[in-house]
Design a protein around this ligand. Structure first.
Ligand code: KG4
Ligand code: ZN
Length: 336
């Protein structure tokens, strides 16, 4: 079964064709990130205008790359939320138009659930067994979810304030290394620390609390204060300690949740899943408790349409076009 997925939740315009939810046939993506970088954050109006410009060429290019013709596409899938309303609407309306023109069903996909399915477009997908403990770490969300099967989720915890990606981005801005989506830049700086004992220590918020919630806003403030308190501090040391702190908390609580809920595996998902330290430490800690950890291929961590098409295959919602509407504030547990 071939599904053409469309994703326009933030600054990207993406289309992809995936076979049986696990095999990527083609993918196209245009981003307006460079423009937002100049402003130090996403400008929703600019993002949406660019998406209007990109959406048709991106879908056409993806179809061409796949070598399929429109008659061979079995269904369409589209992100309905969460995200920026002006951006979501571009993808949703384009998908509806295609659904009518091609006479194909359209499957609405929750972006956060979509992230999880990056793990299935991989050679190891058949080893994923339920129940699984899922850690979703993106720019806007940080959630721990118990996944009993496809579409069968239980929320067990999440951030009470900033998302993990948001904390990376804000600290990267404080360190003056990136104005927008600074996670990769911060991680790169952290990796340059020479390995000596760190001269700084940051808090690990809520790490020992008896729940599965997180709080990263205080960690960001503590990092800011640390930088302001000593102008001679090595930025690499600060970045290393910040990344250590955030990864320590994420890994400790995820492992604890996997043990408490006795899950058969752990799935990592979301843009921050591209972080090398998080991938390595979660995998190592999972091994220690005998629970396999799955991480998506790096290119399937940040936003794309591949996992949207994959999610639609495993969660075929039967909705009429009237029922499919963009919802910017959709949570991971919300159905449409
Ligand atoms: O999932 P995503 O692409 O967009 C949302 O749905 O929010 O996640 C983007 C987030 C940004 O905060 C970005 O800085 C972060 O993921 N990110 C990383 C890395 N790559 C992307 N954070 C830390 N380390 C990385 N390597
Ligand atoms: Zn995302």
């Amino acid at each position: 079964m071939f599904i053409l997925g469309i994703e326009t939740s933030c600054d990207e315009t993406a289309a992809a064709i995936v076979e049986n939810g696990t095999k990527e046939l083609a993918s196209s993506l245009a981003s307006s990130a460079e423009i937002h970088e100049q402003y130090g954050g996403v400008v929703p109006e600019v993002a949406a205008r660019k998406q209007v410009e990109f959406i048709v060429p991106v879908i056409a290019e993806c179809l061409k790359k796949s070598g399929l013709n429109k008659n061979q596409i079995d269904a369409l899938a589209v992100t309905v939320g969460p995200g920026l309303i002006g951006s979501l609407v571009v993808g949703v309306e384009a998908a509806k138009a295609l659904s009518i023109a091609w006479n194909k069903p359209l499957v609405p996909v929750n972006h956060l659930v979509g992230h999880i399915y990056g793990n299935f477009v991989s050679e190891t997908f058949s080893q994923i067994v339920f129940p699984a403990l899922v850690l979703i770490v993106s720019g806007g969300h940080t959630d721990l979810v118990l996944m009993r099967g496809h579409g069968d989720f239980e929320y067990i915890g999440g951030t009470l304030d900033d998302a993990a990606g948001e904390a990376f981005d804000k600290v990267a801005r404080i360190l003056n290394i990136s104005k927008y989506l600074g996670g990769p830049a911060l991680s790169k700086l952290a990796s340059t620390w020479n390995g000596e004992k760190l001269p700084v220590k940051l808090p690990r918020p809520m790490i020992h609390e008896d729940n599965f919630d997180f709080s990263f806003s205080g960690l960001k403030t503590a990092t800011k204060r640390l930088i302001e308190s000593d102008a001679t501090l090595s930025p690499a040391a600060v970045a290393r300690e910040f990344e250590n702190a955030i990864v320590d908390v994420l890994v400790t609580k995820t492992i604890k949740a996997a043990k408490v809920h006795n899950t058969k595996c752990i799935l990592l998902a979301g843009g921050v899943a591209a972080n090398a330290t998080l991938r390595t430490q979660l995998t190592a800690s999972g091994k220690q408790i005998g629970t396999p950890v799955f991480v998506p291929p790096i290119r399937l961590c940040t936003d794309n349409a591949i996992y949207i098409a994959a999610a639609a295959f495993f969660n075929p919602a039967h909705k009429s076009l009237e029922e499919i509407v963009a919802n910017p504030s959709l949570g991971v547990m919300d159905s449409f």
